[in-house]
Design a protein. Structure first.
Ligand SMILES: Nc1ncnc2c1ncn2[C@@H]1O[C@H](COP(=O)(O)OP(=O)(O)OP(=O)(O)O)[C@@H](O)[C@H]1O
Length: 249
């Protein structure tokens, strides 16, 4: 790993002195944390510690907190590039009668605050196929989402979050309610994505064993009941490659 001064990785999320309350209940207080490019961050903490609240603040689903949040170097109130962030919320589950197919659910990831009613282009259909291929769900593309197992549904939600090819993937308890074997293959899949695609991961989980195995024994930071575990990709090779690319253009 590189010393900070030589590290070429840019901050993706910067949280400075974040506090947040729901009415009278203070949930977060004085939280500071930075996520850099290609980090894999695991957030762990007891029930009600404020983990989901923190993710919802970061993806812009809660009104601003006290303190400062910057995304890709921009204050969150000015940030518009939401396609750069994929978000898989907690406990996604569909009624078995819900009429959408897997493909339709994945395609719905294209719609955001900007392009609600646009037609889907050929390129976007290709992006959909690519996301389904990464998540290995092409063979169930025509199935109704409600008919799938919990593990299959989770893959669909991940594909939905991946369709815009985000730089940052935010996952809230992605394996809750999934059996141990499916959980293991799910973690293998996202670890593979972290290693082979240029992505940054921020994941809330209760799976402390997985966190310790994948991200290290000890948290790098703690705020109240929330702990942050990190695997950096801040290796010298990344920075050398970036340097070479810059000197070639
Ligand atoms: N919309 C809301 N309105 C009021 N209080 C809320 C709201 N959402 C969460 N809370 C409260 O804020 C606290 C933190 O909730 P949050 O969901 O962020 O915790 P968490 O760490 O993700 O918990 P869990 O591990 O159980 O998912 C809890 O006490 C919760 O009851």
């Amino acid at each position: 790993m590189l010393p900070d001064a030589l590290d070429c990785h840019q901050p993706i999320i910067q949280l400075k002195d974040i506090s947040f309350s729901y009415r009278q209940q203070q949930v977060l207080e004085g939280l500071n944390f930075t996520v850099k490019e290609r980090d894999f961050v695991g957030i762990v903490g007891s029930n009600g510690a404020g983990k989901t609240t923190l993710l919802r603040l970061i993806v812009g689903l809660l009104p601003s907190a006290h303190g400062s949040i910057e995304l890709f170097g921009e204050p969150i109130r000015r940030f518009r590039d939401w396609e750069r962030i994929g978000y898989v919320p907690q406990k996604n589950s569909f009624n078995p009668l819900f009429p959408a197919t897997v493909r339709e659910v994945v395609l719905s990831g294209l719609y955001n605050r900007k392009n609600m009613f646009r037609r889907i282009t050929r390129k976007q259909h290709q992006q959909c196929s690519d996301a389904m291929e990464v998540m290995r769900i092409e063979d169930i593309a025509g199935k109704r989402i409600g008919e799938l197992s919990g593990g299959q549904q989770q893959r669909v939600f991940l594909a939905r979050a991946l369709i815009n090819r985000p730089d940052l993937l935010v996952l809230d308890e992605p394996t809750i309610g999934i059996d141990a074997e499916t959980q293991a293959s799910f973690f293998e899949l996202i670890t593979h994505m972290h290693e082979h695609h240029d992505m940054t991961f921020l994941m809330v989980t209760h799976d402390l064993d997985m966190v310790r195995d994948e991200l290290g024994e000890k948290p790098v930071s703690q705020n109240g009941k929330i702990q942050f575990y990190v695997r950096h990709s801040h290796d010298a090779q990344d920075c050398v490659e970036q340097d070479l690319t810059h000197s070639l253009v």
